[in-house]
Design a protein around this ligand. Structure first.
Ligand code: CTP
Ligand code: MG
Length: 390
């Protein structure tokens, strides 16, 4: 049973993108653009199945992408035609007979949100035809053939049209067959339905649901997709560690040595900051704690630099499919003052984790002479970390 289907035309040549091949296969924010788009529909609970349209020679690659990213709703991958309209028509031809609503969405719009897809489906159930759109921001003027302004249009009535464009299947099929009969081509699906004299409902979309068209769109998309991924699959973890000071040992905090300062006692280099961070990361990924991964009974960890342990922790996190979003740690100690070395620590930690220094924050406070830490017996550290699925 498939009530609501998506048809995703992705068979263009991406000429304006200038990559020399279909832009939807380009990687942005760690995945092919097409994967981001497919995942948006996979995650949308109101979509039952997906028909993907790509170039004839891209079918195998497209199937691989769908497999890699677990697109369980994929019904068919078919070859497109010369124009977008031909590609959509080829997709419509293989819909399940039980489909009654079809959402057509450009493969090159990976930023679409599930809420927008749902809003067009609900509107199509009521009005038979609905498109995602946003009010235009710029003033729009028409031009004459000499390149002068012919008129200024009334902006209050103007909308930029996006996809999804969602329709009652019978209505959309009639519109496509009428267009085919008369050789009519338009730049979107709604225009074919409008031509039948049918009303099309405008549904408020999002300004960031852009179609990747030129290389200039790539940076914007990279940033937006990264933050959407972070928002949708974010986990946090907490870590704590404490060590006592011991004469005769060197002091290492956040991967940085403090010559002349009394060190901390421990099996490794006793870097209390890195231990708290590693525990926060492992906790976020539900991978246990550093004691489990780096037992202090194992001679191979004796005196080891905790940067090595942190690097190994980063690998465990990555193997489990996570990327580090940020870490934040607070050292609690009466001494030493770390402010001068905090940025060096941030750089070292970031390098071990494979992230940028501005994803790492290191702070410190004293215990105001309260308790054992306040008496200078040792140092403790609290850390939180956030990780996201990549
Ligand atoms: N599309 C398609 N079949 C075509 C042309 C376009 O399926 N014959 C798809 C594109 O892959 C894209 C969407 O329709 O997902 C919108 O088209 P557009 O942004 O114009 O993409 P391209 O045609 O690939 O780009 P260009 O026009 O710069 O070549
Ligand atoms: Mg095109």
């Amino acid at each position: 049973m498939s009530g609501t289907s998506a048809v995703i035309p992705a068979a263009g040549r991406g000429e304006r993108f200038g990559r020399g091949s279909n832009k939807v296969f380009a990687e942005v924010a760690g995945k092919p653009i097409l994967a981001h788009t497919l995942l948006a529909f996979e995650k949308c609970r109101m979509i039952d199945d997906i028909v993907l349209v790509v170039g004839k020679h891209e079918i195998i690659d497209a199937r691989k992408i769908a497999d890699t990213y677990g697109i369980s709703k994929l019904r068919a991958v078919v070859a497109g035609g010369n124009h977008r309209q031909d590609s959509v028509e080829n997709g419509l031809a293989v819909l399940d007979p039980s489909t009654h609503i079809v959402a057509v969405h450009d493969g090159a719009r990976p930023l679409v949100r599930p809420e927008t897809i749902v809003a067009t489906i609900r509107a199509a159930e009521e009005f038979e035809a609905a498109v995602a759109a946003v009010p235009v921001i710029d003033t729009i003027k028409s031009a004459d053939s000499d390149g002068f302004v012919a008129s200024t249009l009334d902006r209050s009535n103007l909308w930029s049209i996006q996809t999804p464009q969602t329709f009652d299947k019978n209505l959309l099929e009639s519109a496509y067959s009428e267009a085919r009969k008369t050789g009519f081509y338009a730049t979107d699906d709604a225009a074919l339905v409008e031509r039948l004299g049918h009303r099309v409902k405008l549904v408020m979309g999002c300004y960031d649901n852009i179609k990747i068209t030129t290389p200039l769109d790539q940076d914007f998309m990279e940033t937006r997709l990264n933050s959407m991924q972070i928002n949708s699959m974010l986990r946090t973890g907490f870590g704590y560690d404490i060590h006592r000071f011991e004469e005769g040992r060197k002091l290492v905090l956040g991967g940085v040595e403090f010559p002349g300062e009394v060190g901390l006692e421990g099996h490794s280099d006793a870097d209390v900051i890195l231990h708290a961070i590693a525990d926060a990361l492992l906790g976020a990924a539900v991978l246990g704690d550093i004691g489990r991964h780096f037992p202090n009974t194992d001679p191979k960890y004796r005196g080891i630099s905790s940067l090595v342990l942190l690097e190994h922790t980063a690998k465990l996190i990555a193997d489990a499919g996570w990327k580090v979003a940020n870490v934040d740690a607070t050292l609690v100690a009466e001494r030493p003052k770390i402010a001068d070395k905090a940025s060096e620590m941030q750089e070292k930690i970031a390098a071990s984790l494979g992230v940028a220094p501005d994803q790492v924050s290191i702070k410190a406070t004293t215990a105001e002479k309260l308790g054992d830490i306040g008496a200078g017996a040792g140092a403790a550290c609290y850390a939180v970390a956030a990780i996201f699925r990549s």
